[in-house]
Design a protein around this ligand. Structure first.
Ligand SMILES: Cc1ncc(COP(=O)(O)O)c(C=O)c1O
Length: 427
């Protein structure tokens, strides 16, 4: 050990790693994590942090859940991986069936990949090819919304809000799509319908994160707005892709956010909490209409896509175990209790100067500031307070594991209230 808080592997490895969303010239050396358990992250220097991020919103059952760990271990011993091309295996087929049973309507055709961004690429490609396969030419555009975030690959970036989605640098380079305001009232819907009407022959699909636009600013919209968007897409015969990568698996209070609007999209994307935060896995799930559009005697109508690790058995075993836990443990009740606690314990931030908004939905608590703060400074303060909280943009948010104990959640909310009031007094 070169320093108590910087083990040797960190000192020697750090110059060689290129970290996500980091300016490597100025990024402070990250904290070294050595163990995770439940809602806690153990650091190399002995500190134990209460986790308010669930590792980018994945660890819904907390870390190291024994049921998921056992399922992965069993699968590891018999078949960690086998290609899905020409072969099938039980974990992938069981998971495909279970997801089809859980998702609304006829969403019953599951295509696996290994990251959220790739599942979005596949959804976009499915929508494009769906129209081509029907002999319809020119439907090659997508409509997405201000504050949208759908991932970091080229196609996914093109349907992000260019500013809030962190991809402004690539303006003019990415495929041009229509990024429009999210309609929230009659005037907004009139404008939105106008976009769909005018673009009916060019638009392949509308893509939206249902109820919560997460990484683009933690913006919420109502189930009614979501329902009206779905109706508008149907009225204009435009496909609807719902990106449930962040919202899926309970985060907004129902297993899938779209359930709250009573709607069923043509395509849905899933990832993050799919494996309970243990292994990388994603799914793009199509309804009958889209799937049937690929069925033909002509092989050329097939979906020509096949990530090397598609349907990885370890990931699928983990996801099946995660679904077991949604059946056997009271996850949605835990989310409802978290929402109540977040609402009451973040309320004191509401009155503070320079706080623009405080909002909660399911297991998501958001304090929005009236400007972008010194993020590194705030992140340091949270570490000093013994919590793992990573503000971005003008937003401080909590998305804890659903199993978090009420007193741990209080530790998180107290840290947010303290750090925000310090910032608000000094801003
Ligand atoms: C709604 C949404 N879509 C897509 C993605 C991209 O997923 P991944 O980071 O696994 O590529 C994210 C990641 O935050 C997301 O929140």
């Amino acid at each position: 050990m070169s320093a108590p808080d910087r083990p040797d592997w960190s000192e020697t490895g750090f110059p060689h790693i290129w970290l996500p969303y980091a300016q490597m010239k100025t990024a402070p050396p990250p904290a070294a994590a050595v163990r995770t358990e439940g809602a806690h992250i153990h650091l190399a220097d002995g500190r134990v942090l209460v986790d308010g991020v669930s590792s980018w919103w994945t660890a819904c059952h907390g870390y190291n859940h024994p049921h998921i760990r056992a399922a992965i271990t069993r699968q590891l011993e018999c078949m960690p991986h086998v290609m899905l091309g020409g072969l099938v295996h039980e974990p992938a087929l069981t998971l495909a069936r279970r997801l089809s049973d859980l998702l609304p309507g006829d969403l019953g055709h599951v295509f696996f990949s290994e990251s959220g961004s790739v599942s979005v690429e596949i959804a976009l490609k499915m929508a494009l090819q769906f129209w081509i396969n029907q002999g319809v030419r020119g439907r090659s555009e997508f409509v997405a919304f201000d504050y949208a975030y759908h991932g970091d690959t080229i196609g996914a970036m093109s349907v992000c809000d260019p500013e809030e989605g962190m991809h402004a640098l690539f303006a003019g380079v990415l495929p041009a799509q229509q990024i429009v305001p999210l309609p929230v009232d009659d005037a907004g819907f009139e404008a939105f319908e106008g976009v769909l009407r005018a673009g009916r022959d060019r638009i392949a699909a509308v893509i939206l994160e249902p109820l919560v636009q997460a990484a683009g600013g933690m913006k919420f919209h109502s189930a009614d707005v979501l329902r009206r968007i779905a109706e508008a897409c149907r009225a204009h015969d435009i496909l609807l892709i719902l990106d449930e990568i962040a919202t899926g698996f309970g985060r907004t209070g129902s297993l899938f956010a779209c359930e709250q609007a009573g709607i069923c999209p043509d395509i849905v994307t899933l990832s993050k909490a799919l494996t309970g935060g243990t292994l990388p896995l994603a799914a793009t799930v199509a309804g009958d209409r889209v799937y049937d559009g690929f069925l033909a005697d002509d092989f050329g109508h097939a979906l020509m896509h096949g990530p090397t690790f598609t349907g990885n058995p370890l990931g699928c075993a983990a996801a099946n175990a995660s679904l077991d836990l949604f059946e056997s443990e009271p996850r949605l009740a835990q989310v409802a209790a978290i929402e109540v606690q977040l609402l009451s314990e973040l309320a004191p931030c509401r009155g503070l100067a320079r706080v623009a908004d405080v909002r909660c939905k399911g297991a998501i608590g958001v304090v929005q500031l009236d400007r972008v703060p010194d993020l590194d400074g705030l992140r340091r303060r949270f570490l000093e307070a013994g919590v793992w909280v990573r503000p971005f943009g003008d937003v401080i948010y909590l998305m804890p594991p659903f199993v978090i104990a009420p007193d741990d959640l209080s530790t998180l909310t107290a840290a947010v209230c303290t750090v925000v009031s310090e910032w608000s007094a000094g801003a």
